[in-house]
Structure formats: structure tokens, C-alpha cells
Design a protein around this ligand. Structure first.
Ligand SMILES: Cc1cc2nc3c(=O)[nH]c(=O)nc-3n(C[C@H](O)[C@H](O)[C@H](O)COP(=O)(O)OP(=O)(O)OC[C@H]3O[C@@H](n4cnc5c(N)ncnc54)[C@H](O)[C@@H]3O)c2cc1C
Ligand code: HEM
Length: 432
């Protein structure tokens, strides 16, 4: 808990610190990487540094944590801290590194705010930093323990058993531990980090959701190639995986982590809604595969939006999994539907009444035998009936998630029931 004196100082200086955080974090990373370049080799993501997105996530989290401390001093913002701790564990952050970050962060604060940083101000923010660091270190220690690994030593070699092209810009890699040991426990929806050495010799780490639960010690990731656009280069790691990695090669993977997963006693009957767009389908197919593997009868509604059926990665697999699950059905939205799969007028979908759904699917022009229904345009939840007690998993580009979350809340889904995964540093959480 923040001391009373520090709370008063933090409250008085929060607007000034928050307002300067962008500049503070830019200087912080600049100085830290100048003195400790090894942190950019196999730990920090240089794409996120170049685009500034990691800087904004760090700044937002500190401001969010300080605000939460002032608003409710006796509790911790669990969602914020869990999200960061899982990401830290997935890149192998260790507790001694918090001293390094502290040194450069507070050096940058003093530089940017100058004389405003009196000894009292410095001490109060020091308290905030160590409260946050302490909460993260504790969570990360538990995550490492649960994963059965030494803190920071999360890496293990895996062999690519099979490489499969899913769409023109998406490939799946089926993997098995190269050391012959068992695959670590993973919860449906979680991700692993993949660490590769790039052409310039620098190692880079990226996260990929586990897109299937094939059993037999296997794991699968599905990677979309990030192509250059105006002013932005090709994605480094996804391009390397697409161009250079095939069956028989070895990849270095972390243990699985991630705070968004199906909390699944297999017999829990509550409904599940899986909402995704584009490559955001990967954690959803992981969850679906798990539900199918345990023979779940939970009501499951799969809602996915994509540019076209041909761009929809794991589309056939999603339909097959939906077909195997007695309580499941799917609705897909395509901006460019193929002529072979005509679109259909919007009809209400009853998650809670499987019989009514089945009849409706048979009647619908855009339905197929596997219980999937097709619509044209962007995802629109109007007319989709959502069970009030459903847990909703959401993943896709940020604008998509913002729009859909708004529709979900308007439809009466409680905010706490919506669990979202961001395929990058979470810029959404601190302000949400
Ligand atoms: C929890 C989680 C799960 C994920 N799951 C999946 C998954 O299942 N499948 C999947 O395909 N992806 C997934 N991702 C995304 C994945 O981790 C990578 O972010 C993605 O593959 C891009 O990495 P990259 O190295 O190819 O691109 P990067 O090299 O990291 O580039 C990322 C973006 O930054 C831009 N950029 C780079 N340098 C600059 C610069 N100097 N100026 C401006 N812009 C720049 C690039 O053009 C690109 O658009 C997930 C991410 C997270 C956090
Ligand atoms: C109190 C101190 C810290 C705070 C508040 C903090 C905050 C954050 C946040 C908000 C993220 C983004 C999480 C997300 O993906 O949504 C993150 C990621 C990360 N953090 Fe920290 N962090 C702290 C300490 C550290 C330390 C000590 C290290 C190790 C030197 C570290 C290394 C990283 C790395 C490598 C990532 C992933 C970066 C990326 O993918 O671009 N952090 N941290």
C-alpha cells in the first residue's frame, strides 16, 4: 500500500508525470539500450521499439497503476499486472533486471522533469515503481514455478514436424520438443514466444498463439506474414518463418504463457463465445480444439470476420471442429464473399437454444452442412443473441476489437465477461 505522504505527492504530480511519460519513456529506452545493447538481442522487440508502441504501453501501464493505487489503495489492478507478467515470463524477464529498468527510468524522469523532481517527488514515485515491480516479480515467480522452469530460462528447442500453407499469407508449423521430453502443459488460448536469429545476428522474440491441441506431445502455431506497407518494412520474424523454416528445422520456443485462456473444468456448462477477425482466429481454434478434445457439450458460438473465405486461415478446420461439438455453431462475415457461398439476410442466432439454431441454419441460404453461416460485410452483432452468462473471447485488430466490444456491451454482455488478446503490446488495457 502506498504511504499517505507518497499518495499526496503522487496525486499532485500525476498529471505532470503522465503528461511527460512519452518523452520519459523515449529517453529511458534510448539510454538503456545504449548502455545495455544485449537487451535488444533476444529480449526486447525492435519492431515495437521502432514503432513506439512498447513505449506507449509502458507509459500507459505506469500511469494506470498509479491511478489505480490512488483510487483503491488496498487492491492491485490484477488484469493489468497479469497481462504484463505473462508477457514478461514469455520473454524471460528476471527480478534483477528491475533494478536496471529502475535506474534508467528514474534517470529519464529526472532529466525530463528537471527541478520539479524534488527528493519527496522522487521518493513517492520510487515507492510506486517498487510496488508495481514487487507485484510483477511475485506474479512472474509464480508463473515460472507453475511452468516448472528456472526464472528467465524459458527456452527449449522444438522440431518442425510439418509445415502447412493455410492461406496465401499464412502458414502453420506443427512442432514437437526436440529433446524428446513431454510438451509442457498449455491452457487453451495461451501463446508461446518464438526466438529466432535474424540475418544481422541479432535475436528477436515474437509471440504466437497455440492454434491447436493435436495431442501426442505436439503443438501448433499459425503465422501470418506481415508484409511491407507504405512507410513500414516487412515484419522481421514472420517473414523469416515464412521464407526459411520448413519441416525438419528447429525452432526455439518459450514455455506457454498468457492470461487469456479457457478456465475449463471440462464439464462447466456455461456458454463460450469466440469472436475474432483475421489472424485473431488462432487462439479461438486452440480453444475449439481443446473443447472438441474433451468432448465438451458447452454452447459455443464462433463469430469470425475476414476479407474473404480464401483469406480466412483455418476456416475448414474451424467448421470441422464446430461440427464435432454438439453445442457449437458459427457465423462468418466476409467483406468479399465468394459467389459460390452467397450471403444471407441477417437472422437472429440463439446461443441458448441449439434446436432453434439448427433449424435456422438449415433454412438459411448462406449456411453449409457443417453448421456455419455466412454473411457479407463487416461483423455486425445486431440480431446475434448472446447468452448473458457467456464468457466471450475476443481477438483481432484493435479497431475491430473496440467496435465489437462496444456492440457486446450494448447487447448486455458484462465487461468482465469479455476477455481479449492483443497481438502486440496492450495499449488498450490501461485506459479501458
Ligand atoms: C499474445 C500474442 C499472440 C500472437 N499470436 C499470433 C498468431 O497466432 N499468429 C500471428 O501471425 N501473429 C501473432 N502475434 C503477432 C506476432 O507476435 C508478431 O507481432 C507478428 O508476427 C509480426 O512480427 P514480425 O517480426 O514479422 O514484425 P515486426 O518486425 O515486429 O514488425 C511489426 C510491425 O512494425 C512495423 N515496423 C517495423 N519497423 C518499423 C519502423 N522502423 N517504422 C515503422 N514501422 C515499423 C512493421 O512494418 C510491422 O508492421 C501475436 C502477438 C501476441 C502479442
Ligand atoms: C515496473 C517495471 C515494469 C513495467 C511497468 C513494465 C511494463 C511493461 C508493459 C506494459 C509491457 C507490455 C505488455 C503487453 O504486451 O501488453 C511490457 C513488456 C515487456 N517488458 Fe516490461 N515492464 C517493467 C519491467 C521490465 C523489466 C525489468 C524488463 C527486462 C529488462 C522488461 C522487459 C519487457 C519486455 C522484453 C517486454 C516485451 C516487449 C515487446 O514485446 O516489445 N520489463 N512491460
Amino acid at each position: 500500500m502506498l504511504s499517505e505522504e507518497s499518495a499526496a505527492v503522487v496525486r499532485a504530480t500525476l498529471p505532470a508525470v503522465a503528461g511527460a511519460l512519452d518523452e520519459i519513456t523515449a529517453r529511458f529506452y534510448g539510454a538503456m539500450f545504449r548502455d545495455r545493447p544485449e537487451l535488444l538481442d533476444g529480449m526486447f522487440n525492435r519492431g515495437n521499439q521502432a514503432s513506439g508502441v512498447q513505449r506507449r504501453a509502458l507509459a500507459g501501464s505506469i500511469a494506470g497503476f498509479a491511478t489505480a493505487l490512488l483510487d483503491s489503495p488496498d487492491t492491485r489492478p490484477d488484469t493489468l499486472l497479469d497481462r504484463i507478467a505473462h508477457k514478461h515470463a514469455a520473454v524471460g524477464v528476471t527480478d534483477d533486471q528491475y533494478t536496471i529498468v529502475h535506474k534508467y527510468l528514474f534517470g529519464a524522469i529526472a532529466e525530463v522533469l528537471g527541478d520539479a523532481v524534488t527528493p519527496e517527488v522522487a521518493a513517492a514515485w520510487d515507492e510506486v515503481y517498487w510496488l508495481m515491480a514487487g507485484a510483477l516479480i511475485g506474479r512472474e515467480a509464480r508463473l515460472y514455478q507453475d511452468a516448472g522452469v528456472t526464472p528467465g530460462e524459458v527456452w527449449r528447442p522444438w522440431t518442425v514436424v510439418e509445415r502447412r500453407t493455410e492461406t496465401p499469407d499464412t502458414v502453420s508449423f506443427l512442432l514437437r520438443p526436440a529433446d524428446g521430453g513431454p510438451a509442457p502443459r498449455a491452457r487453451a488460448g495461451q501463446y508461446v514466444s518464438v526466438r529466432v536469429r535474424l540475418a544481422d545476428g541479432v535475436h528477436q522474440v515474437r509471440q504466437y498463439s497455440l492454434s491447436s491441441d493435436p495431442g501426442d506431445g505436439l503443438r501448433r502455431i499459425t503465422v501470418k506474414r506481415v508484409a511491407a506497407a507504405e512507410g513500414t518494412p516487412d515484419g522481421e520474424v514472420s517473414t523469416l518463418l515464412h521464407e526459411r523454416v520448413s519441416a525438419g528445422d528447429e525452432l526455439t520456443l518459450s514455455a506457454p504463457f498468457g492470461d487469456v485462456f479457457l478456465d475449463d473444468p471440462a464439464d462447466a456448462g456455461s456458454p463460450v463465445v469466440l469472436v475474432s477477425a483475421g489472424i485473431g482466429c488462432t487462439p479461438m481454434t486452440g480453444i475449439l480444439a481443446h473443447l472438441a478434445a474433451v468432448g465438451s457439450t458447452r454452447p459455443v458460438l464462433v463469430l469470425h470476420a475476414d476479407r474473404s473465405p480464401a483469406d480466412h486461415a483455418l476456416r475448414a478446420e474451424t467448421r470441422a471442429l464446430v461440427d464435432r461439438l454438439p453445442g457449437a455453431r458459427a457465423v462468418f462475415w466476409y467483406e468479399h464473399p465468394e459467389p459460390a457461398e452467397p450471403t444471407q439476410p441477417t437472422q437472429p442466432t440463439q446461443l441458448t437454444q441449439p434446436t432453434a439454431q439448427a433449424e435456422q441454419v438449415e433454412r438459411a441460404d448462406g449456411a453449409d452442412r457443417a453448421g456455419a453461416e455466412f454473411r457479407s460485410g463487416l461483423m455486425d452483432l445486431d440480431g446475434i443473441e448472446l447468452a448473458r452468462d457467456a464468457t466471450v473471447f475476443l481477438c483481432g485488430p484493435l479497431p475491430f476489437m473496440r467496435a465489437v466490444r462496444g456492440q457486446l456491451l450494448a447487447a448486455g454482455v458484462p465487461a468482465r465477461a469479455v476477455r481479449y488478446e492483443v497481438f502486440g503490446p496492450d495499449l488498450w488495457l490501461p485506459g479501458s
